[in-house]
Structure formats: C-alpha cells, structure tokens
Design a protein around this ligand. Structure first.
Ligand code: CTP
Ligand code: MG
Length: 223
C-alpha cells in the first residue's frame, strides 16, 4: 500500500442530538468509527490509518479500534481542519498519497477509497468524489427572499475520502487560514487543480438522526 488515510473523528455531533461524540455513537451495535475504519482498512492500497479522536477519548478509541485494524490515534482539535492537521502530522515517512475521510461517512465502500487513490496515482494532485445535485437550488437573502435559481447542472455535492499528493496536502495545511469544511478547499486556494471522480450514495455523511436511521436500514439490507 502507498496510501495513508486520515480519519477525523473528533466532532461532537451536535446535529445528531445529545449524546456521546458522533464517531462513538452506535450504528447497528458498533460505533460509527468502527464501521468507517473497517471499510477503509479493507481497501488494498491502504498502508496507514490515522484517526483524530475526541481529546478525552484517545485511549478508549485506541482500545476500540485495536481489534479492527492497525491504526494510530491522535487527539483532534476544536475544528475539523485542526483534527486533520493533527492526523497529518502523525503520518510516518512512506505513503505519498494521503486521503482525508470523515468518520461520519461510516458506510463508504472500500472501492471508493481505491478509485480516489487510483486517480492520484494516475497523476492528479487532488481528487474529490462527487454526486450530482438532485434538488433545485435557490440563492436567498437574509429575509429568505429568493434572489435567483442556480444552474444545478454545474453543481456537485462533495464527499470524502478526498485524495491528495502528500506534498500538496502538507503545503495547503501549512498555508491554511480560515476554517473550511473540506481539504480540497485549501488546495483550491493554492491554485492547484482539483479533479472530480464519481462518488457513492453509500458515502453519505451521517449528520442528522434521519441519516442514522437510513444507515441502519442500509446495513440491515446488506450494505
Ligand atoms: N471532526 C473532527 N474534529 C472536529 C469537528 C469535526 O474530527 N473538531 C470530524 C467529525 O468527527 C466528522 C467529520 O469531521 O467525522 C465531519 O464533521 P461533521 O459531520 O460536521 O461532524 P460533527 O462536527 O461531529 O457534527 P456536528 O457539526 O453536527 O457537531
Ligand atoms: Mg461539524
């Protein structure tokens, strides 16, 4: 394997409602993070996995993941970007492809990990998995008045894992300013081309209670 995968898992899960940090909440009897790491580890290209855990749960997460796959666990930060930076700093010498994933995308198929890594291997600096946007999108003002309709055909919903040539991701994080919601955004700011590959509906981000119910259902039908 020539790939390191960073798995930020230090978020609270506010939108999921009160409870444990989201990555530690159960999905079909196992924590979301266990599902996510198991699928990442099943991708043949993966050499190294680094998880950024909630700072108070680092030891518990190490114990939880030990039977699942060999992983390095570091404390995450207050923002996702800080958690990614902490995980990136823990990647050993070797892997020249780095993927940044979300623990919350717990059902992401190993095939998607492989296809993102393959596109980097093919020579792209930065690769993101995307899906078409299905809803009509309106731009609104502060009073919720419609300003206009956005051309949906030119829009994409972005998933993880996002893949990078290691040096590109390291440079982007060195220059990171305002917190963005994804790593490709940092790379775009460096003026580096970002390429899209087809995403997967199974890579949905478990964000709200509805998503957790959907994931439970997908697992019960064999996902
Ligand atoms: N994440 C992280 N460190 C943070 C915030 C988020 O590692 N300080 C991780 C989450 O654990 C998750 C991923 O980034 O795997 C995507 O974030 P999101 O879906 O927003 O999760 P949460 O931040 O936990 O949820 P919420 O925003 O509803 O609190
Ligand atoms: Mg969040």
């Amino acid at each position: 394997g020539d790939v390191a995968v960073l798995v930020p898992a230090a978020g609270a899960g506010v939108r999921l409602g009160p409870g444990a940090p989201k990555a530690l909440r159960p999905l079909a009897g196992e924590p979301l993070l266990v599902h996510a790491v198991r699928r990442v580890a099943a991708a043949p290209s993966v050499h190294t996995i680094v998880v950024a855990a909630p700072a108070t749960d680092v030891e518990a997460v190490r114990a939880m993941l030990a039977p699942v796959a060999p992983v390095t666990v570091v404390p995450g930060g207050a923002e996702r970007q800080e958690s990614v930076a902490a995980a990136l700093a823990a990647v050993p010498a070797g892997p020249e492809i780095v993927l940044v994933h979300d623990a919350a995308r717990a059902l992401t198929p190993p095939d998607l990990v492989e296809s993102v890594a393959a596109a980097i291997r093919d020579g792209h600096d930065a690769v993101i998995p995307v899906l078409p946007v299905v809803d009509t999108i309106k731009e609104v003002d502060a009073a919720e008045r419609v300003l206009g309709t956005v051309d949906r055909s030119a829009l994409r919903a972005v998933q993880t894992p996002q893949g990078f040539r290691r040096s590109v991701l390291v440079a982007a994080h060195r220059c990171a300013g305002d917190a963005l919601t994804d790593d490709a955004g940092l790379v775009e700011k460096q003026g580096i081309a970002v390429t899209c590959v087809p995403g997967s509906e199974l890579a949905l981000k478990i964000t709200r209670p509805f998503d957790l119910s959907l994931a439970e259902h997908l697992l019960s039908t064999g996902a």
